[in-house]
Design a protein around this ligand. Structure first.
Ligand code: GDP
Ligand code: PGA
Ligand code: MN
Ligand code: MN
Length: 601
C-alpha cells in the first residue's frame, strides 16, 4: 500500500501523505486514487457508475451531463441520533449534542474502519471551503470509498488539483475520513447504494477531524458541508472571533439602485434555497444569489460583518421546486452537470418530483424504482430528495460570489416553520434581542433529518444539529460578537412564511412574494417603514407592508402578520423550558426573556 500511496501522490505535503498511508493501512482498499477534480475525471467516474448500473444518465436534451441515483431506502437524510461531537470533556459538546470521549469513539470507529474499504478504491479528495485565494483559505481532504461522494464534492466544493497545490507542503487541513462501511468480498457483487445499518458521523473539533461511517447521504457523507463548514468551522469561528452559520446570502437591489446584503438562517427544508434565489414580485427590486445554505461571516477592516459562502454548489430539496416557486433553481439545473438523488424518473429519461409541474406525469419510475401512476397514492420522489448542481450555473449568481473578502451584511433574518404564534416579520430592538430571537427559534421538524416530521422543536439560529461545541458557549459567542461589532452590525429580524389558518392553509403566499417582506426589512433600515412595537418585536404598521397587486384577503394578511399576546403567553413557558434544558444560558439572553415576560404582563 505504501508504494501505491507514495508513487502516485501529486503532493509533497508530508502530513497529508502520512495520513493517507495510515488510513489506507487501516481501511485496506484495493487501490488509492488521488482525485484532480478535472472534467476528464468526472467523465470517467460517471461513465463507470452508469456502466455498473449505479447511476442513470439522464436524457441529454433535458439535462445534459446529469445523473440520477436512488439511494438505499434507509439512507435518505442526516442521522442526528448518530452524530457526535467528541471533545475532551462532555461539557465541551454541551447540552444539545451527542457526546463521546474522542479516544473511545476512535476505538469504536477504528474497529469499524478496519478493512472497511476492501474491494474498493480509496479516493483522496483535496478541497477548499471558500475561495482558494482567501487570506486564510480553509482546506480539507476527504478520504472516501464512494465515487458518488467524489463527483458530489466536485460540484459542492472547490475540489482537486488547485486546492491540493495551494495546500503546499505544510498548510493545515481538516482530515475528513468517510466510508460507506460496505467492503466487497472476493467474487461478491457490489450493491447499487452501499451503506451500513451502523452509522457514525463523528466530529473532533479540538483536532479538526471528521470521521463518518455507514452512510452515503449528502449531509452525512459530503464532509465539506455540514460537518466541516458548520460543525468544525463553528468551533474554529468561536476560537478566531467570527461566525459560521446555517444561512443563505442574497444581494438585493432597490428601485433606487442601492445594494443590500441579507443573510437568513432557517432550519433544514424551511426555505433557504428558495429565498436565496427568489424572483421578486414587486417592481424595481432584483435579487442576486451568493449562497443557499452556509455563511461564514468575518469582521472587515471597516468593522462590518462580511459574508462568504464556503460552498461551490447547491444541494437543494427537490420537492416543491418548480417554475412557479423557484424558477432560478430550475434554470440552474437545466444547464445540466448535476446529480439527482431519490427523485422520480420519467419515461423520457428526465427527472420529476412533487410540485415540479402542476400536472403530474402519467407514468414514472419512483424513487424506489417501482412503476408509478398519479393514482397510486404514493409520493414519486422522497420528501428529502435532492438536486446537486454547480452554483456558477445560477443565472442570478452575484459577481461577488468569488470575492474572498465577502460582502457586507445589512440584515440577518431568523426563521422557522411555525403554524401559529410567530408573525410574518418582526424586527428586534437591538443585537441582543435579535440573538434572543435566534436562540429561541423553533420550527417543525422536516424530512431533512431522520425521525418524526412536524414536531415543534427549538432550533437556535437554525444551528441545533450543526453547533460543533457547547450551545451555551455558542450563544455567548453571539452576544460577544454583538459587543465587538456595536452599531456596525446588521439589524436582526424574525420571519415565518409558514403560519396557517384555522383550516390548515398557509396564510402567506410565500416564495416570490417574500420580496415584500425583504422590501419592508430594507425600508426599516432606511427609516421608511412604520412599525408597531410589540413584545415580540416591531411588526409592520397597517399599510407599511407593500401588498399592491397581492391577492390576499384583509383577514388573512392580518392573521399572517399579527402579534397575539395569548399565543405568546403560551410560548413563554416553552422558552423557559428550553432555557432550563440549556442550563448555562448567557445572562444577556436571560435578561431578554425577563423583558419579554414583563412586556407581556
Ligand atoms: P432549505 O432546505 O432551507 O434550503 O429549504 P428550501 O428552500 O429547499 O425549501 C424547503 C421546502 O419548503 C420546499 O418544499 C419549498 O417548496 C418550501 N418552501 C420554501 N419557501 C417557501 C415559502 O415561502 N412558503 C411555503 N409555503 N413553502 C416554502
Ligand atoms: P438544507 O440543507 O438546509 O438545504 O435542507 C441540507 C440539510 O440541512 O440537511
Ligand atoms: Mn442546510
Ligand atoms: Mn437548501
Amino acid at each position: 500500500m505504501t508504494a501505491i500511496v507514495g508513487q502516485n501522490a501529486p503532493t509533497k505535503h508530508s502530513e497529508l501523505l502520512a495520513w493517507v498511508e495510515e488510513v489506507a493501512a487501516l481501511t485496506k482498499p484495493d487501490a488509492v486514487r488521488w482525485c484532480d477534480g478535472s472534467d476528464a475525471e468526472w467523465k470517467e467516474f460517471t461513465d463507470l457508475l452508469v456502466d455498473r448500473g449505479v447511476a442513470t444518465r439522464l436524457n441529454d436534451e433535458a439535462k445534459p451531463n446529469s445523473f440520477y441515483f436512488r439511494s438505499d431506502p434507509t439512507d435518505v437524510a442526516r442521522v442526528e441520533d448518530q452524530t457526535f461531537i467528541c471533545t475532551e470533556t462532555e461539557d465541551g459538546a454541551g447540552p444539545t449534542n451527542n457526546w463521546s470521549d474522542p479516544a473511545e469513539m476512535k476505538q469504536t470507529m477504528g474497529k469499524l474502519y478496519d478493512g472497511c474499504m476492501k474491494g474498493r478504491t480509496m479516493f483522496v479528495v483535496p478541497f477548499c471551503m471558500g475561495p482558494i485565494d482567501a487570506d486564510d483559505p480553509k482546506f480539507g481532504v476527504e478520504l472516501t470509498d464512494s465515487e458518488y461522494v467524489v463527483i458530489s464534492m466536485k460540484i459542492m466544493t472547490r475540489m482537486g488539483k488547485d486546492a491540493l497545490a495551494a495546500m503546499g507542503t505544510d498548510k493545515p487541513f481538516v482530515k475528513c475520513l468517510h466510508s460507506v462501511g460496505h467492503p466487497i468480498a472476493d467474487g461478491e457483487q457490489d450493491v447499487a447504494w452501499p451503506c451500513n445499518d451502523t452509522k457514525y458521523i463523528s466530529h473532533f473539533p479540538e483536532t479538526r477531524e471528521i470521521w463518518s461511517y455507514g452512510s452515503g447521504y449528502g449531509g452525512n457523507a459530503l464532509l465539506g458541508k455540514k460537518c466541516y463548514a458548520l460543525r468544525i468551522a463553528s468551533a474554529m469561528a468561536h476560537d478566531e472571533g467570527w461566525l459560521a452559520e446555517h444561512m443563505l446570502i442574497l444581494e438585493l437591489t432597490s428601485p433606487e439602485n442601492k445594494k443590500y446584503v441579507v443573510c437568513a438562517a432557517f432550519p433544514s427544508a424551511c426555505g433557504k434555497t428558495n429565498l436565496a434565489m427568489l424572483e421578486p414580485t414587486i417592481p424595481g427590486w432584483t435579487v442576486k444569489t451568493l449562497g443557499d445554505d452556509i455563511a461564514w461571516m468575518r469582521f472587515g477592516e471597516d468593522g462590518r460583518l462580511y459574508a462568504v459562502n464556503p460552498e461551490n454548489g447547491f444541494f437543494g430539496v427537490a420537492p416543491g421546486t418548480g417554475y412557479h416557486t423557484n424558477p432560478n433553481a430550475m434554470r440552474t439545473i437545466e444547464k445540466g452537470n448535476s446529480i439527482f438523488t431519490n427523485v422520480a424518473l420519467t419515461d423520457h429519461g428526465d427527472v420529476w418530483w412533487e410540485e415540479m409541474t402542476s400536472t403530474k406525469p402519467k407514468h414514472l419510475t419512483d424513487w424506489h424504482g417501482k412503476s408509478w401512476t398519479p393514482d397510486n397514492g404514493e409520493k414519486a420522489a422522497h420528501p428529502n430528495s435532492r438536486f446537486t448542481t454547480p452554483i456558477d450555473q445560477c443565472p442570478i449568481l452575484s459577481e461577488d460570489f468569488n470575492n474572498p473578502k465577502g460582502v457586507p451584511v445589512d440584515a440577518i433574518l431568523f426563521g422557522g416553520r411555525r403554524a401559529s404564534t410567530i408573525p410574518l416579520v418582526a424586527q428586534s430592538r437591538d443585537w441582543n434581542h435579535g440573538a434572543f430571537m435566534g436562540a429561541t427559534c423553533s420550527s417543525e421538524t422536516t424530512a431533512a433529518a431522520t425521525g418524526a416530521v412536524g414536531v415543534v422543536r427549538r432550533d437556535p439560529m437554525a444551528m441545533l444539529p450543526f453547533i460543533g461545541y457547547n450551545a451555551n458557549d455558542y450563544l455567548q459567542h453571539w452576544v460577544n460578537i454583538g459587543e465587538k461589532g456595536g452599531d456596525k452590525l446588521p439589524a436582526i429580524f424574525f420571519v415565518n412564511w409558514f403560519r396557517k389558518s384555522d383550516q390548515g392553509k398557509f396564510l402567506w403566499p410565500g416564495f416570490g412574494e417574500n420580496s415584500r417582506v425583504l422590501e419592508w426589512v430594507i425600508n426599516r433600515l432606511e427609516g421608511k417603514a412604520e412599525a408597531v412595537d410589540t413584545p415580540a418585536g416591531a411588526i409592520p404598521a397597517e399599510g407599511s407592508l407593500n401588498v399592491d397587486g397581492l391577492s390576499l384577503t384583509e383577514e388573512d394578511l392580518a392573521a399572517a402578520t399579527r402579534f397575539n399576546a395569548e399565543e405568546w403567553k403560551q410560548e413563554v413557558p416553552l422558552i423557559e423550558e428550553w432555557f432550563d434544558k440549556l442550563g448555562d444560558v448567557p445572562q444577556a439572553l436571560r435578561d431578554e426573556l425577563d423583558t419579554l415576560k414583563q412586556n407581556l404582563s
